[in-house]
Write a protein that binds this ligand. Sequence first.
Ligand code: SAH
Length: 276
Amino acid sequence: MDAPILRDLLAKSGAWLATKGLTNGRREAEWIFAESLGLSRLDLYTRWDMPLEPTEVAKLRERVARRGRREPLAYIIGTQPFADLMLTVGPGVLVPRPETEELIPLVLAEAPFGTRLLDVGTGSGAIALACAKARPDLRVEATDVSAAALAIAQGNATRLGLGVTFHQGDLTRHLTGPYGVVVANLPYIAEDERGVCDPELAFEPAEALFAGVDGLDLIRPLLADLRRMAPGGVAWLEHGWRQGAAIDALATTQGLTSRLVQDGAGKDRFTRVPVS
Ligand code: SAH
């Protein structure tokens, strides 16, 4: 049998992924092909008649099949762009989301020169590393409860040559302030929403996604520790788009005020809490 031609296998793969419920099946197939063959996406078109080696075909089929089972693309290709960084990701860490990128300029806009900034629940290190890259004056620290996440985050920091100090522990209990800025994109999905989530979420660590019956089991104690952690500073939280009112009520319980900020899709996604 003749070796398959790049164009044909790509077309077949894209069409097959579309049958698996992926709206951008063709484009996702292009990413998998480009990454697996060491080509740019443009190369896929200029070299469309390239015959593929059996080992290449096997690798492509395996990766396309994984995506068809709805494993996140970022786990399959091993990287995810975030802000102006390319992060290494893998099972054990949440794939950083595009809406979280919007948090970076909000946070940096009010980080005083040279201040200590803490990223709570850092995962792949996305927020901390983007802040360190954009603002070398900041003293950036990051913490997570998960050793697996911290290993990936530390690896990203080393590879990108960015200076972030990592800590391991539950929320902020093991840390000593004061920090000028605390930023947190912690798990915030309510347990009973497990069943209605995208199939991709089943591949991500549950402890990176779910936070009790109302999704606020982590944000609640974080808010309660803010006065100790960031007196005179500011905290920024990312959360579910229907949690704004509940978070405002929790902040009030702590004697703090809060302001909701919408994401690019117009959803109540972020809360700013000045810490008095
Ligand atoms: N901030 C990252 C990761 C978000 S996922 C991003 O935006 O991409 C949430 C992270 O919170 C996970 O890495 C999870 O391990 C961490 N986490 C969960 N419970 C925690 C706790 N009690 N203390 C600290 N981190 C926690």
